[in-house]
Design a protein around this ligand. Structure first.
Ligand code: CAO
Length: 558
């Protein structure tokens, strides 16, 4: 068993760099380049990758430790070929990744400026081209954030841009104070040492001619001339660490907040998933964001959208959470599975379907006298003849007469699915919540059959014995609160259906017959429809047909 100690690689001169995150645990099987720890100086955070593959045997560091080059990070039991090559002392020290390069770059950026005491010399106003400074060998590093805009006044040391390689992020400080008159980079650009970064017009110390012969402060040069800053001039003008307090690579990249505290890989993940880090709570040490924070946030968001708790992308602010126990005694009642599903479906349908609800009363005086006249026969047959089978037949007739109601919107946004069958769902109130069993081929069934089948399905629903198939395939739904009461309500369309009928309580009302008011049994009905699929005129025709059938059920024979 070959055990190798993995040391801290060359940190480009940085010393006593704090361990802010340990990415592996004893027992973890890790691959080459997998991050072991995240170190953070006051200038940059950097992930230290494993130079070899193996199994973590023991950790040699704790969060909060300050590490320098050569300090042991962990013990690794080498895997396969690495084990046989473990005698090769090039292995651990071959850590020459972008991390280290980035660390070097950062350290160089942060080096105290070699500002000569001649900085005290008279100053000149000039527009200076600020280049990308030495990035310690990193090449084509992405610009992930512009910290300033044209017209901004910046102080020496203020961050101009944030660059990020796949292992580290770094802010590039302004080498001088002044006004940004041009930005030469855009977010997403890939930059290398010496690339043009910005033009800043400001007061720069005039260096002695002998030390800086190319300086644009020569008497011949116009004071507004843009001096071509070489890569070498940037580090020379770079601020002292104390002059750039915001140079914390953990801050401000990839999200709207400049004060979030996260490592490059966390920021990268957040950007990939479109997460604004400032919107979540950090769980890491010193309020640092971890990858798990980002993942948990996204997971919760997806769960909330799926459960209908939040309106996926509608921008509707959530209802605030309230501690009701502040106002009196409360108890928590667990929602049933059906109640949770209903909640999600209702939210989905309410938010997706542009609803219109139309109301009418059907005169069911004759229907009711016929229904009552059939009571004895119904008893003999062992069924209860309620208004529901008549409503089912009337709805089927109206769907046939107005096929625009018997459609679903196709997901491609280009088609309607016209259905040539008539299956109708019936909302049933059960102890567990609302269920909608479906009666198939309503147009082909008689009143007795519909009475028996609806009673049977309602009983199955109440007993929790409905199968998924019993609840699928409806073209239209009837929601009857007639036995309970009410004058009318606006039911929510059960998408992908495009319409639903609400039935309220029938009552005797005075109806003008042309000569006098006559007592008639009036049934209040409402129809909600999806205005994407159905127009008001369609609904007018549908409703008129249904009401006329209910007023005279002989029409069912026509
Ligand atoms: N007006 C007046 N009386 C009505 C009526 C109406 N619109 N509809 C039914 N009734 C009467 C019935 O005739 C019956 O009276 P009789 O025994 O004197 O004949 C009585 O009310 C009870 O009927 P019922 O409820 O047993 O049977 P039903 O066929 O009318 O309804 C069902 C079946 C499954 C629709 C019903 O039991 C039910 O669960 N309704 C609730 C649906 C619901 O919750 N919808 C809301 C969904 S959105 O939240």
């Amino acid at each position: 068993m070959a055990i190798e100690i993995i040391p801290v690689p060359d940190l480009g001169g940085a010393d006593k760099v704090e361990v802010i995150e340990i990415c592996v645990q004893p027992g973890d099987v890790i691959e080459v380049e997998q991050s072991l720890v995240v170190l953070e100086s006051d200038k940059a955070s950097m992930e230290i990758p494993s130079p070899i593959a193996g199994t973590v045997v023991g950790l040699k560091v704790n969060e909060g430790d300050a590490l320098s080059e050569g300090d042991a990070i962990l013990e690794l039991e080498l895997a396969g070929e690495a084990a046989s090559a473990s005698g090769d002392d090039s292995t651990p020290s071959a850590v020459d990744s972008g991390v280290v390069e980035a660390a070097v770059a950062e350290v160089e950026v942060a080096q105290p400026a070699a500002v000569d005491s001649e900085a005290e010399a008279p100053a000149a106003v000039e527009a200076q081209l600020v280049p990308v400074p030495d990035l310690g060998g990193s090449d084509a590093v992405e610009v992930i954030e512009l910290c300033v805009s044209v017209g901004d006044d910046v102080s020496e040391g203020d961050s101009l841009v944030v660059l990020e390689s796949d292992k580290a992020s770094m802010e590039i400080p302004s080498p001088l104070s002044g006004k940004v008159i041009e930005l030469k980079l855009s977010v997403g650009d890939k930059v290398s040492d010496g690339d043009d970064l910005a033009v800043i017009e400001g007061v720069v110390a005039a260096a002695p001619a002998a030390e800086n012969p190319s300086a644009s402060s020569s008497p011949e040069a116009p004071s507004s001339a843009v001096s071509s800053g070489s890569a070498a001039t940037a580090p020379a003008a770079a601020p002292s660490p104390s002059a750039s307090p915001q140079v914390d690579a953990a801050a401000s990249a990839g999200d709207s907040s400049a004060s979030v505290y996260a490592g490059p890989s966390v920021r990268k993940l957040a950007r990939q998933l479109g997460v604004d880090l400032s919107k979540l709570k950090p769980s890491g040490p010193r309020s640092r964001y971890t990858k798990d924070d980002v993942r948990s946030y996204v997971k919760q968001l997806v769960a909330d959208v799926n459960s209908g708790k939040v309106s996926g992308g509608t921008g509707i602010p959530p209802v605030p959470e309230i501690d009701f126990s502040k106002f009196g005694e409360i108890e928590m009642v667990k929602l049933s599975k059906i109640a949770k599903l209903t909640s999600a479906n209702m939210s989905r349908n309410w938010l997706n379907v542009p609803h219109v609800t139309q109301f009418d009363d059907a005169d069911i005086t004759e229907l009711e006298s016929f229904r009552k006249s059939m009571k004895a026969e119904a008893e003999k047959r062992g069924v209860k003849l309620t208004p529901l089978p008549f409503l089912l037949k009337a709805a089927a007739a109206a769907l046939e007469a107005e096929p625009s109601f018997n459609v679903s919107l196709h997901a491609d946004g280009e088609h309607l699915v016209q259905k040539n069958y008539i299956h109708i769902g019936v909302a049933v109130d059960t102890p567990n919540g609302l269920m909608v069993p479906v009666i198939r081929d309503v147009d082909k069934k008689g009143l007795w059959e519909l009475a028996a089948e609806s009673a049977e399905l309602a009983a199955k629903a109440r007993d929790g014995k409905l199968m998924p198939r019993d609840m699928q395939g409806a073209c239209f739904t009837i929601s009857s609160l007639g036995a309970i009461g009410g004058n009318g309500f606006t039911p929510i369309v059960n998408a992908p259906e495009v319409a639903i009928m609400g039935v309220s309580k029938a009552q005797i009302k005075p109806v003008w017959n042309g000569a006098e008011f006559e007592p008639r049994q009036m049934l209040p009905l409402s129809v909600s429809y999806d205005h994407r699929a159905i127009n008001g005129a369609n609904c007018g025709r549908f409703f008129t047909h249904m009401v006329s059938v209910l007023a005279d059920i002989r029409r069912l024979l026509l």
